[in-house]
Write a protein that binds this ligand. Structure first.
Ligand code: PEP
Length: 252
């Protein structure tokens, strides 16, 4: 049985004061004994203070991006070791905003995933098709390509999480229907059987992301191959994020 994970991607939101209030609001609503993992991915400068803010709670911290090299003349970048120093355990790689706004492509993303796992952290590898791809019937082909260009059996399966985020559903208010999302998740899991084996693929968590809100979370999270959510906008409001965490338990 896969333990669900609800992850919040804060993107470029929250000052220190706002961040402390958000974490406090989530902590006060969190059932610590519930069978769900919770991750928050603040902007990088908030990782150290948020590491203090989450002490005593089950909330884990993740970063939104990383550089693939260990060190060097890369102005403005941070390495896996630097992120590890902050106490974070997970790093998002290949988020659609990194792909489409910052031009990150498959080979760079593949290097980043490797750097994350070699550094001992867990990579959340984000994949998903654009609206154009979906309308042209290319969804599964795009997913296959994104899997093939990055995932190989030498990446430890227990340091990998896949997040399926249809680009057309991110920050748009449009959500894949539970059936549409399940269809792609089942396909991803079948491809993970090819990369690893059936046993490892069965244990790997696949998150859904794309306008997940308290009102739609339960029906999405009830799908058999959806093991949690990567949440953008709704994770910035403590009661909404907490409601999505509760939804995964009712959906179980
Ligand atoms: C995201 O940024 O990963 C995301 C899914 O955002 P939103 O929930 O706002 O669509």
């Amino acid at each position: 049985m896969r333990k669900p994970l609800i992850a919040g991607n804060w993107k470029m939101h929250n000052t220190l004061v706002e961040a402390r209030a958000l974490v406090a609001g989530v902590v006060e609503r969190l059932d610590e004994s519930a069978d769900v993992d919770v991750l928050m991915c603040p902007p990088v400068q908030l990782l150290f203070p948020m590491a203090k803010a989450v002490v005593g709670s089950k909330i884990m911290l993740g970063a939104q991006n990383v550089h693939e090299e260990q060190s060097g003349a890369f102005t403005g970048e941070v390495s896996v070791a630097m992120l590890k120093d902050t106490g974070c355990s997970h790093i998002l790689v290949g988020h659609s905003e990194r792909r489409h706004i910052f031009g990150e492509m498959g080979d760079r993303i593949a290097k980043k995933v490797r750097a994350v796992v070699q550094g001992g952290l867990t990579a959340i590898y984000c994949i998903g098709e654009t609206l154009e791809d979906r309308e042209a019937g290319r969804t599964m082909a795009v997913i296959d390509q994104q899997i093939d260009e990055v995932l190989t059996g030498d990446i430890p399966a227990d340091q990998l999480i896949v997040a399926y985020e249809p680009v057309w559903a991110i920050g748009t208010g449009k959500t894949a229907s539970p059936e549409q999302a399940q269809e792609v998740h089942a396909h991803i899991r079948s491809r993970l059987v090819d990369v690893y084996d059936a046993g490892k693929a069965e244990k790997l968590r696949i998150l859904y992301g794309g306008s997940v809100k308290p009102g739609n979370a339960a029906s999405i999270l009830a799908q058999p191959d959806i093991d949690g959510a990567l949440v953008g906008g709704a994770c910035l409001v403590a009661e909404d994020f907490a409601a999505i965490i509760s939804a995964v338990l009712t959906a179980a």
